[in-house]
Design a protein around this ligand. Structure first.
Ligand code: PLP
Length: 498
């Protein structure tokens, strides 16, 4: 993009008096002075003055600096960056949905409440749990809500000393963060070399903290893409000491329609609708992190809740804690969460249908294993064996080149691919976590494999080329440590007044 022509900021393109509109002659007399003087501006606002074409080019060019699933392959592990079918967007944008107000009378939006109810039921069926709330707005928000459910449950049993949460060392960072925000203490449990939970370490933790344990949080398949085979035993150990099992369902994708957390002994879970059930979610939103609970824990779910009144055949909304919801933890945000994301999930579930949804997991798993097996001669594979939807390489196999995972990630950008997740999980120094998802074709995956092989070759023959990448992107390497330590949060526009 030509920065001179299209600018960093729309303000830099401003030309005094230039307009992007023409209005008919104003035949009415307006009295701006009717506004109280203390509310009026002392000076005119400094707004950019541009013609329409300049505005369109500016923003279109800016959008080209971005990278999304619609631009190319996006193998960002743990994030499930699958294709988001356009029909989802069309459905969510229908004015019958987009025009709703969260406080309008329930008699005027029964269809929307019905969809909420349907999605709650579908998620309960897919996970083997009893009831869901769709109110949380992200995975982490779901974790917090789920942990609040667990805390409310213990408090209802006067078990106030249960303040500890067991979390594996491989867990996503939001797990310990949510536990801390919920006022709970974190107890770490170690992983074995294959990335699964070390039962001996778990038994030690239980022996040391037994009756203080509120819950154990687990991700399955875990963050290195391995299926935790010992869940029944782990669930038994935790339940025996009075704790509950929390399932981080952000990795539900490979299990859809195949295995259900509820059947494995989990009591509470969240789902990332914006991963498993499609919704564009790069760059921080919008999200939805529904929370499901097993039978018996429903009263603790947050309000507002949508309830179907069978006698009158209508949906009603329980907005505040009433007698029959007095154990509820109350509201965890505004209204009902992100309805648009719920609608997209509903469109996605219905368009796949009950049978096809069972193919999501196996195809995602096949794609991940295909990439892993095609590259493991050049990239270090620390955990052998069949993975689920994602896997982790520990950098290049040939460590003599000095080329790091960061360099490879940057070089991938030159070839038009988004980088995998890097330096997570923390179990490996040069971690590179690849998740292709089920929506990619064999041709796309083969092309990615080929590029990864070319980069390995470049690392050997011309390591400087890889170490100084990217070469073709609008911005090269940023100093992310400096950016974190001394963030510059304002932009000084060309010609700005000091
Ligand atoms: C993405 C993710 C989360 C957090 O979800 P957000 O919507 O980003 O808050 C939690 N756990 C795992 C395993 C994840 O992949």
């Amino acid at each position: 993009m030509n920065k001179e022509l299209y600018g960093n900021l729309i303000f830099e393109l401003s030309k005094k008096g230039r307009k992007g509109y023409s209005l008919p002659q104003n035949d009415y007399e307006f009295h701006t002075t009717e506004l109280p003087q203390n509310l009026c501006r002392e000076q005119d606002a400094e707004l950019p003055e541009c013609d329409e074409l300049t505005v369109v080019r500016h923003y279109t060019n800016l959008s080209h600096n971005n990278f999304g699933v619609n631009d190319g392959f996006y193998p960002l592990g743990s994030c499930t960056m699958k294709y988001n079918p356009s029909i989802n967007e069309e459905i969510a944008a229908l004015k019958e949905f987009a025009g709703l107000h969260p406080l309008q009378d329930t008699s005027t939006c029964q269809w929307a409440l019905n969809i909420y109810h349907e999605v709650q039921k579908a998620l309960a069926e897919l996970t083997g749990l009893s009831e869901f709330t769709l109110n949380p707005c992200a995975g982490a928000h779901g974790e917090l809500t789920g942990l609040m459910v667990i805390r409310s449950y213990h408090q209802s049993h006067n078990d106030n000393h249960r303040t500890k949460v067991i979390i594996p060392d491989s867990a996503h960072g939001t797990n310990p963060a949510s536990a801390a925000v919920c006022g709970l203490e974190i107890v770490e449990v170690k992983s074995l070399t294959d990335g699964t939970i070390d039962l001996e370490s778990l038994k030690e933790v239980i022996a040391a903290h037994g009756n203080e344990i509120a819950a154990m949080m687990m991700t399955n398949p875990n963050t290195v893409g391995m299926f935790e085979k010992n869940i029944p035993e782990i669930a038994q150990l935790i339940h025996d000491c009075g704790g509950l099992m929390y399932y981080d369902g952000a990795n539900l994708n490979p299990m859809l329609g195949i295995a259900r957390p509820g059947d494995m002994g989990f009591d509470v879970m969240h789902i990332n609708l914006h991963k498993t059930f499609s919704t564009p979610h790069g760059g921080g939103g919008p999200g939805s992190g529904p929370v499901g609970v097993r039978q018996g824990l429903e009263p603790f779910l947050p309000t507002p809740r949508i309830v179907f009144n069978e006698e009158q055949n209508v949906f009603t909304v329980v907005r505040q804690t009433t007698n029959n919801t007095q154990q509820s933890l109350g509201s965890i945000g505004n209204f009902f969460g992100n309805f648009g994301v719920v609608l997209k999930a509903y469109a996605y579930i219905l368009s796949l249908g009950k049978e096809n949804i069972k193919m999501v997991g196996p195809l995602a798993t096949l794609n991940a294993n295909y990439i892993k097996e095609s590259l493991k001669d050049l990239y270090e594979l620390p955990i052998e064996g069949v993975c689920k939807h994602e896997f982790v390489f520990d950098g290049l196999k040939d460590k003599s080149t000095g080329v790091t995972t960061m360099d490879i990630a940057k070089r991938l950008l030159d070839y038009g691919y988004h980088a995998p997740t890097i330096y997570f999980p923390l179990l490996f120094h040069e971690a590179m976590m690849i998740e292709p998802t089920e929506t990619e074709s064999k041709e796309t995956i083969d092309a990615f494999i080929q590029v990864m092989r070319i980069i390995a070759q470049e690392a050997k023959e011309n390591p400087e080329l890889v170490k100084t990448a990217p070469h073709n992107t609008p911005i090269g390497r940023v100093d992310d440590v400096l950016a974190a330590k001394q963030p510059v949060l304002t932009y000084k526009q060309i010609g700005a007044r000091d």
